[in-house]
Design a protein around this ligand. Structure first.
Ligand code: ADP
Length: 319
């Protein structure tokens, strides 16, 4: 293999730039020509493709977002779109592709692989919702952003003796909420994988009040449902002054943490190695701090699971 392409697709995540840098530099290290494809699969269809060199990825390891930009492209879900992408790969002589993104993006990568164009996926999403890897690029940064925000909310919550219910991102996964809840000592954590009854949440709030707690923090993962409905229910049932904060897109931005930069560097380099070793249709991941690879089809078929021991611990520590 002499020419490889790289793109970022789906929702962006901090650390994607560090992954692009690793892909580009590792390819060049092996004497491979590397092409950056702009705007995800849309750019592949449009031929928005540029050759990259060592300098193209200078000064980006610390930057959030993605220099290749990202996009959602419905056309690529169909044969016609995929075939247009393959035409462009042929035109540029690109023999293999590295796709940095989430599960949707990996479906695209799988389709290209099935059509004879080997792809490797790198999990880049703040949601941490990809099976076969303990962590996805961007999760740690988003988690730290959430914690910083909750610490600030805690200051005002305690001044006014209020209950705050804070919605965090994560799509259908509760990882961000669970980790943030544990790291921030939240009273209750609401995740899609395991839902507490409202009675239990209120009971917990009352116990805290009984101990003289001045404020309470509840973290709700967006996959659970409307944060405003939950706040209304708590207000009505428990007669507690409840405020809602939706953290929103600040969770997707910012300079990646050291952990995310290191993870992105390792997975980016591994993706090149996998392609050069003749692998196709795999995702690069990390499990127990060891680099691993799994078939994309296997990863997509498995449901991401939450660490229930951590969930139990969060309950035991917020009695
Ligand atoms: P993420 O990768 O973050 O999960 P999406 O689910 O939006 O984000 O997917 C990103 C892009 O991947 C889509 O816009 C589309 O171009 C491509 N994609 C998603 N699903 C498929 C599919 N079934 N077949 C081919 N391409 C797909």
């Amino acid at each position: 293999m002499k020419k490889i392409g790289v793109l970022t697709s789906g929702g962006d995540a901090p650390g994607m730039n560090a992954a692009i840098r690793a892909v580009v530099r590792k390819a060049i290290y092996h004497g491979i020509e590397i092409f950056g494809i702009k705007n995800g699969f849309q750019g592949l269809i449009d031929g928005n493709i540029e050759k990259m060199d060592t300098g193209s990825v200078g000064d980006i390891i610390q930057r959030g977002g993605t220099i290749l930009r990202s996009a959602r492209c419905d056309e690529f879900k169909y044969d016609q779109g995929q075939n247009k992408g393959i035409e462009q790969m042929k035109k540029f002589g690109i023999e293999g592709l590295i796709v940095i993104g989430g599960d949707g993006s990996f479906r695209g990568a799988q389709k290209l692989t099935e059509k004879g164009y080997p792809c490797i996926g790198i999990p880049g999403t703040i949601d941490n919702d990809i099976a076969g890897t303990d962590f996805t690029i961007g999760f740690d940064t988003a988690l730290n952003t959430v914690i910083e925000a909750i610490d600030k909310i805690r200051d005002t919550a305690s001044s006014h003796e209020r209950t705050f219910i804070i919605e965090v991102m994560g799509r259908d996964a509760g990882d961000l909420a669970l980790w943030a809840g544990l790291a921030d000592g939240a009273e209750s954590i609401l995740i899609p994988e395991k839902q507490d009854e409202l009675d239990e949440i209120i009971e917990r709030l009352r116990r805290g009040q009984g101990r003289g707690k001045k404020h309470s923090i509840i973290i709700l993962a967006e996959g659970v449902g409307s944060v405003f409905d939950y706040a209304d229910q708590i207000k009505e049932t428990a007669d507690l002054e409840t405020r809602v904060t939706v953290l929103g897109h600040i969770q997707r931005g910012g300079s990646p943490t050291a952990s995310d930069r290191v993870l992105a560097s390792r997975l980016g380099a591994q993706a090149i190695d996998l392609l050069l070793n003749g692998q196709a249709g795999k995702i690069a991941g990390i499990q127990n701090n060891q680099l691993v690879s799994h078939d994309i089809s296997e990863v997509l078929a498995k449901k991401h699971t939450i660490d229930m021991e951590m969930y139990q611990l969060s309950k035991e520590l917020s009695i």
